[in-house]
Design a protein around this ligand. Sequence first.
Ligand code: DP6
Length: 323
Amino acid sequence: MIWKSERPSNIALIKYMGKSDIERNKPSNSSLSWTLDHLKTTVVLEQINGVEDVWEPLPTDFPFPMSEKGKQKYLNHFKRLKDHFSVKGSFILRSGNNFPADCGIASSASSFAALTEVSCLAFSELSQKKIDIYKKAELSALGSGSSCRSFLTDWVMWDGEVIKPIDSDIKNLQHMVVIVGEDTKKISSSQAHKIVPTSALYQGRAERAEHRLNDFVSKMNKECWPELFQLSWEEFWDMHALFETSRPAFGYFLADSFDVLRSARFFWQQEGDGPLVTMDAGPNVHLLWREDQVDLSLKFFQENIAKRWTCLTNIHGIGFHKV
Ligand code: DP6
């Protein structure tokens, strides 16, 4: 028997960084993300007669390699899902993205969400146990925290217990990620969660993030766009400051990350308008534009990005890798 599912990735504007319970991926603070519907992982599950579960890359246009450690984390999560449904037997898991793996986008959210989704589909059929979307998201969080936000659209909040969509008149955001470096992460985000409590700035971090999230949600309307930019900007710097002040310090910025950020800041100053800007645990810069800003985003792209970097985007008319 074969089952197939896909789930999108998401980008957090208010970050999940730091855990109150490492084993169960309980976050120290609530987070808020935008679901990236165009960046997806597909997982195909097949029952086999073997003695153990195995993972293989799915043959897509963009197959992705997985480290031994990554594979183990993925298979462990799969085992957890089997146990949840009391399903026995062995399976082969095949996963792949609809975007290139060498482009520096961490795909842990979409890959864990897609694995949870396809396993719940298969195991609810095999065990006759029903499961709703919130329970799926909760199970997915045990594999990788940020993946639980990939079960809902568009704006999604997760406080460690509740995962819920947040209503806003800001819809159909256009996404652009400027690829300044390949994702050869020395420190994974899971490791980062463990190290950040050593930073002196970790004191008060949960309060700052909660405060910023409440502020952000109360301003989630088109009129407050410049304030949302300011809050997202402060938030990713806050997270990266934690990294750089941890003991030992670590970080993800490349020189080009600063160049892109500076261009975005100048652009806002010149135009009085611009994108929401954020960075994850990597060197690449994510830009989110309102649907009425397509011309502005093309202008920014032509003036600042096109000649120097690859850009992965769902904006019509641009893109080295349009997805
Ligand atoms: C910086 O969800 O990858 O992307 O729960 O250990 O798998 P684990 O961590 P993960 O952490 C994501 C961190 C982040 C911010 C975010 O997505 O909120």
